[in-house]
Every structure is written in structure tokens, then in C-alpha cells.
Design a protein around this ligand. Sequence first.
Ligand code: FE
Length: 311
Amino acid sequence: MSEIAHLGPVELLTPKFDASLAFFTDVMGLEIHAQEGDSTYLRGWGDYQRWSLKLTASDRSGMGVLGIRAWSPEALERRVAAIAATGLGGGWTDGDLGRGPSYRFRDPDGHVFEIYYECERYVAPPGLEPALKNIPGRNLGRGIACKRLDHINILAADVRANREFCTDALGYRLYERIELDDGVEAGAWMSASIAAHELIYTHDARDAHGRLHHLAFWVDTREECLRAADLWLDAGVEIEAAPSKHAIAAGFFLYGIEPGGNRIEVTTGGRFVYAPDEPVVVWTEADRKKGQAWGVKTVESFHTYGTPPVD
Ligand code: FE
């Protein structure tokens, strides 16, 4: 087993806080769990932790702190030692709402992470209990009613260096990657679980550092993804890429831009990796020219836009 259990929660920064909050609650269907200072803590009905998204008012867009949960207290200690040995360690913090001691560090590109083990599970308040006891929260069916946080794609000037940090120091499994004709690694799809992707790095076309490509929330069916596109359309959400299927990781997607400028995905599907010796899938430039799974060509902005935007 990986010493990392899974990805999240994630902090997202927005320069248009009220509009972003309305997007995540009314349109995406997340629930407000708590409010503290400039931040609102949100959750999907299927998130087992108290929150999966911390929306923070800021003068810029992009990612704040990316949380990752270790598998055990011992795994946390071992990963912290491995991170510290790379020289990228920051130090221990008190964690965040509902979460215990967390070790802050940066990846080689400068994104801020916190790794932790202790966290509180969500307990639904009276009136919001789910009918079944194996589901954390009640699905209120508002808007898209996203179930949970699924994955994140961050940008890096040097994908290979960051991928190697994640596999070597953090213990992520690498499932798929893009290698250009000149040998440069343009993307890496990693996971701590059998889900084909949790943590993705793709090349920052601006060669900037610490930027976000997109944050993805899960729905159970393709039909809900299609319905999400209809809801975004009527809500005036900028749709960047209409629903289709990715070639890499085989995930079904809908991409758009939330009011604060961050790219958000509604996702479902994707392959699961059961084999312990699963070979890493390497996609070439020729492969990528064929477009997404069903031949749809990827829109240009998908390769160039990230947050915060750079000139
Ligand atoms: Fe995605």
C-alpha cells in the first residue's frame, strides 16, 4: 500500500469571493460546513472528512494549501522524514479545521502542501442525517450535487522533477505520463489509490511556478455530467470544454471557469488500476495529436491557461 491514503482537502483562492461561493453552493451543490476569517469550508455529501474545499478570499486566484492524508501516524512520520531529507520541508503546523498536526512543505515547483494523519470525520447534524449509514451526508440534490472532491491538476515548469519528488519522497504511484518527442515530460498522472488519477502535473506553458490547472469534483454518472453542463449554461458559467472522455486515464469530463477565474471540472468514470505491476502508460506527441478519447480536439486554452493568470 502507498503511505499516502488520498488527496485533499484543498484550499482554493478567489478574488471574487461572493460569486465563487455562490457557484460552489448553488451550482456545484456543495454544503457550507463552517466559516472562519476569510475562508468558508465546503463539503460534498460523500466527503467523509468535515470539509474538502476551503474557499479563501484573496487578491488572486489559484491554489492555497493542498492537503494529503497519510495512511497512519507511522506513515506520516516516515513521509515527513523523507520530505525533510529533500530539503523541501517547511515544518509542523497546527493543521486546519478538524485536522491535527500537519507538516507543511513545498514541491520543487513551489506549490504548498500539508501532510497529516489525524482528522475528524463528518457527523451530520440533526435533520441532515443520510438514510444509509455507509454514506457520510444527505444528498440534498441542489444544483449539480457534487458528491466529493476527486482530483487536482497542478502546473509545473519542470514536470519530471515534481513527479520524481512525488513518487520518491511521497510514495505516489505513477500511472500515465506524456513524453514529447524531445524527451521532455509534459504531464504525469499519479495516484495513491487504484483511481487512475488523484494528483496530476502538467507543463506550465508560461514556465511560471506554483499554479493551478484545475480542481475536479465527482458525480456518479455521465448523465449527471451532461446535466451539469446544462446547469452551467443556464447559470452563465463559462464552459471551456463540453462533456467528453479523456484519452489519458479515461475520465469523463466537463470543464469550466468559476467566477474567481479557477478552472473547475465535474468528473466521473476513469479507469481503476488493480495490478501491482501495472506498466506506466506513456503517451507520445503522435498519440496526443489524435485528440481526446473520441477524437475531440482539446481547446487551446486548456494548454495555456492556469491560475493565477500570468501575463
Ligand atoms: Fe481532470
